[in-house]
Design a protein around this ligand. Structure first.
Ligand code: ADP
Ligand code: MG
Length: 217
């Protein structure tokens, strides 16, 4: 891949993410029907529709921070439920991470996810193993940081993130919810995959797909 990820590549990533969520709306609904109130698919689809409109608009900023802030605002107003403010906070905090203006390098991409994760945790107060989107995002960020520290290529860093995110998502099946609506079910939440952990997985799946395309912009 190119040395730097441009705002346009971030835009393509989030368009791919929006499409993946919309394809998986029914799956997200089924998961939230089992341990929540059956609205995660609808919430996310509505927000992703707004995001698609926003990202297809020619008027988006080339500045990475401004772009991520605008994504955050669209998610906060468009998604709803618990997930809207949480994803919004993720991107709002990601927008405060260091950039080179209209692009970010691999280290900055990793930092972007780290800032988002820290913001999400401060906002939602969930820890690992509470059966939330944190169980996907935290291991993914940690895997990126470890691969980066080991001087791996962008493709390897992003593949590590995707794999860790996938394992984290699947791990939510085994554990009891301690945060969010699913926590009302206590031990009955065990055996079901968390909807938010699932929607969050697609962030890393699409990042690995979009950002590894060599020279593409
Ligand atoms: P609601 O719970 O309001 O119906 P959604 O169904 O859209 O909202 O989103 C539910 C998802 O939000 C959960 O599956 C979980 O991953 C995530 N979630 C809930 N509370 C928290 C929290 N405190 N921290 C992180 N994620 C959370
Ligand atoms: Mg719900």
């Amino acid at each position: 891949m190119a040395q730097e990820i441009t705002t346009n590549q971030l835009r393509k990533w989030l368009l791919a993410y929006a499409a993946r969520i919309i394809e998986n709306e029914d799956h997200l609904t089924e998961l939230d029907t089992a341990i929540g109130d059956a609205d995660h698919g609808v919430n996310m689809r509505r927000g992703m529709g707004k995001l698609q409109e926003r990202l297809r608009d020619e008027g988006h900023s080339e500045d990475v921070s401004a772009f991520l802030r605008s994504v955050a605002m669209t998610l906060i107003s468009g998604v709803g439920g618990a997930a809207g403010p949480l994803y919004g906070t993720f991107f709002l905090r990601a927008a405060t991470s260091p950039t080179n203006g209209s692009s970010i390098d691999l280290e900055q991409l990793t930092q972007m996810f780290r800032y988002g994760l820290d913001g999400l945790q401060q906002r939602g107060k969930a820890q690992a193993d509470d059966k939330t989107m944190i169980d996907t995002i935290q291991p993914a960020v940690e895997a990126m940081e470890a691969a980066l520290a080991a001087h791996q290529s962008a493709a390897v860093v992003l593949a590590a993130a995707r794999q860790a995110a996938h394992l984290g998502m699947k791990h939510t099946i085994e554990i009891e919810a301690r945060k969010g609506r699913a926590s009302y079910l206590g031990p009955h939440s065990i055996g079901h995959q968390d909807p938010g952990a699932t929607s969050a997985y697609f962030l890393f799946e699409t990042a690995a797909e979009v950002f590894t395309i060599t020279g593409a912009d």
